[in-house]
Design a protein around this ligand. Structure first.
Ligand code: GDP
Length: 323
């Protein structure tokens, strides 16, 4: 019998890649989607024949219980949240409802309706906020610095507590920034790869960026979702950091992307202080020792390969758009 998986947040970057991976592995995939008058199913439109969409909402416990009872999933991946950090300051209570209490409702629904289902919770490096050590490990203290990080920290500990108290197979993957061609151009990685492709094709002639010295731990979203799946294939549930384990600066990124199209970035890039962040003293970088040793996972794509594949994607997409 094929395994069944339920994915919340299936319409997002990670949800769509995870759905592809599970379909490939022969799973019957269910996607939890909030009802909305406008469609946001663009990232999974190519998968419609292979996914069953179920309506439900993390704000509504009974809808979660119904969805779990109806679909009887072997695995549940919670990738849904209110994840936009600036919005978490203007709508902190709503962020907590989705990102924190939503996980309580989900865990409680699993406990009541399908307690043998394995559960993956998407934790975030934002739980570390201003970490006391770098790189961060699974034992690094949580010191979140925005309502989104606080909500994710709550969700993380509830997931761990349900594992301890009720013996659920529930675990958290603490992911760092992960990118793909399905990312929006408001994020610096895609902004740069997209701009390099545009400039190469003569569709733009400049790129304005903020802090070129800012560093991030970037990995490919496809690598990250593979780690999520792997975490649910173990005998025992445990929590892991999912990251590349290395940082690169925005300057390295821009240099690499422009190299891919054979241009010198310094001819096109200027610094615009509007894109600067107020406080960026902190280094977020994950240690992947635990997941590497225990699960044998490490990213398949290097930083350079990720830049290349994204530039390549944008070159092709923009060329097709013009044709
Ligand atoms: P996030 O902050 O991890 O959600 O990801 P972003 O992609 O938005 O930002 C990554 C880093 O790039 C931050 O440290 C920013 O300060 C830096 N950065 C430098 N220039 C830009 C820019 O033009 N846009 C964005 N979004 N970030 C920039």
């Amino acid at each position: 019998m094929n395994k069944k998986a339920l994915i919340t947040g299936v319409t997002g970057q990670d949800g769509s890649y995870l759905a592809e991976l599970l379909i490939d592995k022969g799973y019957q995939v269910f996607g939890l989607v909030r009802r909305s008058s406008t469609s946001n199913l663009e990232r999974i439109s190519h998968l419609f024949d292979h996914i069953q969409i179920l309506c439900g909402d993390l704000l509504d416990q009974s809808s979660l219980m119904d969805v779990i009872t109806d679909s009887q999933p072997d695995e549940i991946y919670n990738l849904a949240s209110q994840s936009y950090v600036p919005l978490s300051w203007t709508q902190p209570a709503l962020t907590a409802e989705y990102t924190a209490l939503g996980v309580s409702r989900l865990l409680e629904s699993i406990r009541r309706c399908k307690s043998d289902a394995k559960f993956y919770q998407a934790s975030s490096s934002e739980v570390f906020g201003q970490p006391e050590e770098s790189p961060q490990t699974e034992r690094t203290a949580f010191r979140p610095r925005n309502p989104y990080g606080v909500a994710k920290a709550y969700a993380h500990w509830m997931t761990v507590n349900y594992r301890q108290k009720y013996n659920l197979y529930s675990c958290c993957g603490i992911t760092y920034t992960h990118e793909s061609p399905r990312r929006g151009t408001e994020f610096v990685f895609r902004k740069i790869t997209h701009a390099a492709a545009q400039i190469k094709l003569g569709l733009a002639n400049e790129l304005k960026l903020g802090n070129l010295d800012a560093r991030r731990d970037w990995c490919y979203a496809k690598d990250a979702v593979y780690a999520m799946w792997l975490m649910l294939q173990q005998e025992k549930a445990d929590d892991y950091i999912i990251a590349s384990g290395e940082t690169h600066s925005v300057k390295e990124l821009v240099e690499c992307a422009f190299n891919c199209v054979g241009l010198d970035w310094q001819d096109y890039v200027s610094v615009d202080y509007a894109f600067y962040r107020p406080d960026e003293s902190v280094q977020l970088v994950g240690s992947i020792d635990k997941i590497k040793t225990e699960l044998g996972w490490q990213p398949e794509y290097s930083f350079k390969q990720l830049v290349e594949l994204m530039v390549d994607y944008d070159l092709k997409k923009l060329t097709n758009n013009r044709a």
